[in-house]
Design a protein around this ligand. Structure first.
Ligand code: ASP
Length: 442
């Protein structure tokens, strides 16, 4: 197959053209056109992916848990998954805190630039702070309460409530394990059929990925640049040390720590892993949403990397909601950077004390664009730094969001690979491109 027909290449071309179009649109004042005629195609593409997320997660988790044959196996795989998720997130935070303390990017921002940025993003910062106050008022156990749905249909109606769906599906799966097999089989078969159909729907949606990605990138660039590219470049220039630090940290984690973990704890070839995950990473970058990327992550992990359905259907949906290495790394840098810029000196002990808050915040962050902003405000307030400081980083947040989402989805797939390998559930990867695109079956 010629290179330009491969999914990776098609998505990359879409991204590149989207970037060029977005820049042109800002420079020539076509923003209204892009907004009205191009951006909606990006929204349709992301909506299509989100549309199948709930049935996919529900059916896959039900099959995943029910096929674990007994509760002992469930707790073994579940325990292993959560432990590795915790370790990788912890390492990400340590990388972030180390970099921000060594480089100290906050010390390089001149006073006038700081005030200028703070005043131009004050409105946005205030509205995010308002959201943070609402969640803080509900008390420290609220994240736990948020996990348990009181009505499954209501939870299923909101994609940002994925943790509730995960909770229900695991509970339901455990229920299945307690019922006589003969009685449980129809519901397992039904879930299996839904799952198989959904995976084929992912193939269909991915046929439109290059166009969807073009529209997403074009509209993101237009939104970031507005009609005044010069002032955006000025903002990025002022915050360049911070942005570069976040990107370097994410690169160390994504292309250093995670592959090392694969090498040490799995039989997966690293090149094969990144080749199989390429389209997933490109989609995560373009959409800034790990929830929207989940259907493709599951499809590629099973069909290309050879991870068994039993493991991927349990580990990946859980990971897309609770495991966010990129978000944790970014937040650790962002919070200390804001404190440094505003002149608050955070002792090392104070910084170590927020590690738990950073881990919990990455668990509670929804896999949507900008999902972690409200959480960052809560952490800022908990260490006595004014929430308005978030205004310093809002202007460049979308760019960093694209990068951290890539790390988030890569982390989930690495953990799924390690768990599958340790359980003897990793088949030989199949990277042939035949599976890309729609397969018609009778
Ligand atoms: N956009 C990120 C994700 O979907 C969440 C965040 O860090 O804002 O994974």
């Amino acid at each position: 197959m010629p290179w330009y027909k491969k999914l990776h290449a098609k998505i990359l071309i879409g991204m590149f053209l989207g970037f060029a179009f977005g820049l042109m649109s800002s420079m020539l004042g076509w923003n209204a056109f892009t907004d009205r005629w191009i951006a909606p195609w990006g929204s349709i593409f992301v909506n299509l992916l989100k549309l199948i997320a709930v049935p996919l997660v529900l059916s896959s988790l039900i099959i995943g848990v029910a096929s674990l044959s007994d509760l002992k196996k469930l707790s073994r795989i579940g325990g292993k998954t959560l432990a590795i998720y915790f370790c990788t997130t912890f390492i990400a935070i340590v990388i972030g805190l180390t970099l921000v303390n060594v480089v100290q990017p906050g010390k390089w921002i001149p006073e006038n630039v700081k005030n200028e940025i703070l005043s131009s993003y004050q409105g946005d910062a205030d509205s995010k702070a308002g959201l943070a106050v609402q969640s803080k008022d509900r008390g420290p156990l609220q994240p736990l309460v948020n996990m348990v749905p009181s009505n499954i249909l209501q939870a299923a109606a909101d994609n940002s409530e994925m943790l509730k769906i995960v909770f229900f599906a695991i509970l339901f799966g455990i229920g299945i394990l307690q019922v006589e097999r003969k009685k449980a089989q129809p519901i397992i078969d039904f879930s299996q059929s839904i799952f198989d159909v959904m995976i084929r729907v992912v193939d269909m949606i991915m046929l439109t990925a290059p166009y969807g990605v073009f529209a997403l990138i074009a509209s993101t660039i237009t939104k970031i640049a507005g009609n005044d590219i010069a002032s955006v470049l000025h903002l990025i220039g002022s915050l360049s040390a911070y942005c570069i630090l976040v990107i370097v940290g994410l690169a160390i984690h994504t292309f250093g720590v995670l592959p090392l973990a694969l090498k040490l704890f799995s039989t997966m070839n690293i090149k094969t892993f990144f080749y199989g995950m390429g389209p997933v990473q490109l989609l995560a970058f373009s959409s800034s949403s790990s929830s929207a990327t989940l259907p493709l992550t599951m499809e590629r992990c099973e069909e290309k990397l050879g991870i068994s359905e039993e493991v991927s259907s349990f580990v990946l949906p859980l990971g897309s909601t609770v495991n966010m290495d990129g978000t944790a790394l970014y937040q650790s840098i962002a919070i200390v950077f804001i404190a440094q810029t505003l002149g608050f000196s955070l002792s090392l002990t104070a910084q170590l004390s927020i590690i738990l808050a950073l881990v919990l915040s990455s668990v509670g962050t929804a896999g949507v664009p900008g999902g972690s902003i409200v959480m960052s405000i809560l952490i800022l307030e908990s260490i006595g730094v004014p929430a308005a400081g978030i205004g310093l980083i809002l202007g460049v947040d979308r760019i960093l969001d694209m990068c951290r989402t890539v790390t988030n989805v890569t982390g989930d797939a690495v953990v799924a690979t390690i768990v599958a390998s340790s359980e003897g559930q990793l088949r030989t990867p199949n990277l042939s491109e035949e599976g890309d695109g729609m397969v018609l079956r009778r």
